[in-house]
Design a protein around this ligand. Structure first.
Ligand code: FE2
Ligand code: FE2
Length: 276
């Protein structure tokens, strides 16, 4: 099973450039085209938040228009640039929660690995928060007596990464309890994937792999100077492909660029002989 994680779309209404610079709508169109033409094609796409830039209807309308070309089922969780109700209204199938639910927490079944979307949005705030209801819900979802492997996906990472202006807006409230829940189920949680930081970053947290995905548009500057300014760079847009390998019982995460580059070329030795 192949899961494509696309994150931090930051779509502006009317194809407005993000930060007066980034053609995020064009970037999403390229990402959709890339996923559609992958061989083998991903089974599912997970959008891990910052779908819109201001979280308004017109942005989600444009996202829906672009995603109408996506030939793969998809789901999404909100990021700090989103607003729940407009996002849910535009994407009811991609945010499958009950009308009595406030938070966008849900389980996707029907695949060899169970996919669990977690809502970290604290509306109007850049940093993330896990509501007690969300943590109660997650604890219950993981305590169903099943041994089926799980992948958790959410927007804000529960760690700091050394990039100061992102670290001040990581997941705050609820992270410690989340760690306890994850630790208790670490044998079946194969990874936690996040967005928000706009860079591929990997570590181990609460006994499981924690994987932050690159943006399909712009990337946050890699600046480990504690006094570094808030800045982005136009490094190559990319996505993560999470491949569930049941034979090894592990999740393999590949970085896949959206753009196509020169190649592939066969390997030849110095005598021009094909190396197989
Ligand atoms: Fe973002
Ligand atoms: Fe974000």
């Amino acid at each position: 099973m192949i899961i494509a994680q696309l994150t931090d779309l930051h779509i502006g209404a009317g194809r407005r450039l993000a930060y007066c610079k980034v053609d995020t709508a064009g970037a999403l169109e390229k990402a959709v085209e890339r996923v559609n033409h992958m061989v083998p094609r991903p089974d599912i796409v997970l959008f891990s938040g910052d779908i819109g830039d201001l979280g308004v209807d017109a942005e989600y309308g444009l996202v829906a228009e672009i995603l109408s070309a996506l030939e793969v089922p998809y789901f999404m969780v909100p990021g700090n640039h989103d607003q729940r109700m407009p996002m849910r209204k535009a994407f009811p199938a991609a945010t499958p929660i009950g009308s009595d639910q406030t938070y966008v927490n849900y389980v996707i079944e029907g695949y060899p690995i169970r996919l669990i979307g977690i809502d970290t949005l604290d509306e109007g705030r850049p940093e993330g928060k896990l509501a007690p209801e969300t943590l109660d819900w997650l604890e219950k979802a993981l305590s169903d007596g099943s041994e089926k492997p799980c992948l958790l996906f959410m927007h804000h990472p529960p760690i700091t990464v050394g990039i100061t202006h992102m670290d001040v807006q990581n997941l705050g409230d609820g992270a410690a309890r989340l760690a306890r829940i994850v630790e208790a189920h670490k044998d079946r949680i194969k990874a936690i994937t996040c967005g928000h930081v706009h860079r591929p970053i990997h570590t181990v947290w609460a006994g499981v792999p924690l994987i932050i995905g690159p943006s399909v548009a712009h990337q946050v500057a890699l600046d480990l100077d504690p006094a570094g300014p808030s800045a982005f760079v136009m490094e190559p847009p990319a996505m993560h492909l999470h491949v569930w390998d049941p034979a090894q019982g592990c999740l393999l995460t590949h970085l896949a660029y959206i753009e196509r580059y020169d190649g592939p070329y066969p390997f030849f030795d110095a005598n021009g002989k094909l190396i197989v």
